[in-house]
Design a protein around this ligand. Structure first.
Ligand SMILES: [Zn+2]
Length: 178
């Protein structure tokens, strides 16, 4: 069962789980329904535009009210996206726009702000995997292949201080975008 904390988290999960042909994007039909256990379920379904296979994801929504987007969830860690995946999303999002917004058009600035806000939201998810009393994300928190590869290569990225410093850098970049 996929327990999701918010709609952005469902969307990110879709992005991270492409079709067997490699295409992640598909025209999504989205509906909410009451599940058999009485909780709310979010269904995302459609057809892969590249190979025609059906795509379908059913999430059970965490009953806690989600914080506003682009946050992926509240204080509790994700059940479905691992800290390594969040780190990769933060990297990719931050790289999608220049650190210095000088010379960008208003549209580029607006897109840049959205990328940086997503980078910050993803970075902030990682520290939620640190158990109280510890200073770093424990190895067993990494459950995806890509996440484990990143952790083996750069374990230092997952220390509390380093995570806070990177999040602060994203906050400053976001402030520079105005
Ligand atoms: Zn496909």
């Amino acid at each position: 069962m996929l327990v999701a904390r918010s709609a952005p988290e469902c969307r990110l999960y879709l992005d991270l789980h492409p079709c067997s042909c490699g295409e992640a994007a598909f025209p999504v039909r989205h509906l909410l329904r009451t599940g058999t256990s009485g909780g709310l379920e979010a269904v995302y379904e459609g057809t892969c535009p590249r190979c025609g296979l059906p795509r379908r994801f059913v999430f059970t929504l965490d009953p806690a009210t989600p914080p506003p987007p682009p946050a992926y969830g509240g204080a509790a860690a994700s059940h479905i996206i691992c800290p390594g995946e969040f780190a990769l999303v933060a990297d990719r999002s931050a790289r999608s726009t220049p650190v210095d917004p000088a010379g960008l058009t208003p549209e580029q600035r607006q897109r840049g702000r959205a990328w940086l806000a997503q980078a910050l939201a993803a970075e902030e998810e990682i520290a939620k995997f640190i158990p109280s009393g510890l200073d770093a994300v424990p190895p067993e928190a990494f459950t995806s292949h890509e996440g484990r590869v990143l952790y083996r290569r750069e374990p230092g990225r997952f220390h509390r201080d380093r995570l806070a410093a990177v999040a602060q850098a994203y906050r400053e970049a976001l402030a520079a975008y105005g």
